[in-house]
Design a protein around this ligand. Sequence first.
Ligand SMILES: Cc1cc2nc3c(=O)[nH]c(=O)nc-3n(C[C@H](O)[C@H](O)[C@H](O)COP(=O)(O)OP(=O)(O)OC[C@H]3O[C@@H](n4cnc5c(N)ncnc54)[C@H](O)[C@@H]3O)c2cc1C
Length: 429
Amino acid sequence: MSWDFETDPEFATSLQWMEDFVREEVAPLDHVLGYPHDVANPNNRKLVKPLQAKVKDMGLWACHLEPELGGLGFGQLKLALMNEILGKARFAPIVFGCQAPDTGNGEILAKYGTPEQKERYLQPLLDGDIVSCYSMTEPHAGSDPTMFKVRAEMDGNHWVINGDKWFSSNARFASFLIALVVTDPEAQPHNRMSMFIVPRETPGLNILRSVHVGIDDGQEGTHGYVRYENVRIPADHMLGDPGQGFIVAQTRLGGGRIHHAMRTVGQIRKAFDLMCERVLSRETKGELLANKQMVQAMIADSWIEMEQFRLLVLRTAWRIDKYKDYMAVRKDISAIKAAMPKVYHDVATRALQIHGSLGMSNEMPFTQQVLSSLTMGLVDGPTEVHKVTVARQVLRDYEGTDGLFPTGHLPALKEKALAKYGDLLDDEI
Ligand SMILES: Cc1cc2nc3c(=O)[nH]c(=O)nc-3n(C[C@H](O)[C@H](O)[C@H](O)COP(=O)(O)OP(=O)(O)OC[C@H]3O[C@@H](n4cnc5c(N)ncnc54)[C@H](O)[C@@H]3O)c2cc1C
């Protein structure tokens, strides 16, 4: 019997080191640097590389991969505890070599890549020298991958890709894109697509624009509207087998989704901590906000929701480690994916409200957090689709009844109970 909510002391020491390191060394980067994935930027290199070296020295680098895939084999549960800390700072995932979408891309390269693909693309990714992009969504379709149209056709020993992809995050910083593309339009919907590694410098790979999330702040965004125009890539750049693209995609999305959830626990905690500090600091009508019952309700609701979500994330991570198969834990992953935007949104909104006008301003992180919570309802599939998955998986364990009344119909249950125990009762009931 094992049922334990404690972290083993040795790993707790590593977590404490991470907590201090992220707070003191990494979080300040968020205020002086631009985009974490902009690895070629001289300022990023200057400040990020030494911190990455410290993480490597501590043996905490790129902990998302299993040893047979080239990682340290920490497993998802330890990773969850780590990501709660890394989620609090924008630059922390890249400093620890476990940032999206490179974690997911690394995972599929490790699992499906040939030795040559691993050497050319996975190794520099694992070393933190380059970043990558995942190019799946199209302008006309996102939630339903069977509608994708971007097409690759064989020409000699090359594939030629044509079509548009939308919201390919970090395309402009990436050394290569991993693209889900139709290779056999006549096949069954889930066997039509294959996965390709597309080097960024390939002629015909054009970023029409880089879209920004939220209000236009004058900055160039990071989500690439990418046009593939006769992009010729060698046949050996297919990742996995022809027609296997959908399966490969599921592999990366499983990990990607739970990693988002782990980091989101960190962001929720950040909002919650700030909210608690504020209610113990700000007075109105002669007393602290902390003494107002409606404020107490906000604190209580936030704590309950945050802890429920965190436990579900940790349990899901534990189940992934146990079954070593994302498909076997599909329901759990979809459940946390569906729960994540609401918990994040509700806690961040309460933190904003508690801080009043200051909370609404660009001098606190809450408006950005609320925006991010909405993002979490879309990335890696919208909430509705994940709820459908949860419901379908749950209902597999049930069956309907042929009877006119449900099996929980009380008169029938009473009749059965009387038939079983009636003779033993002293008084009639
Ligand atoms: C910040 C951000 C980063 C992203 N990064 C990437 C990336 O790197 N690579 C990439 O390929 N994509 C990326 N995406 C795209 C993301 O995967 C899609 O937004 C998502 O899959 C939804 O697709 P869509 O935007 O086309 O919306 P649609 O498919 O048009 O869906 C719109 C809405 O319709 C509703 N809906 C859809 N399906 C159902 C259903 N079955 N039942 C009920 N309602 C439904 C939902 O409300 C849904 O939000 C990113 C998105 C965001 C916001």
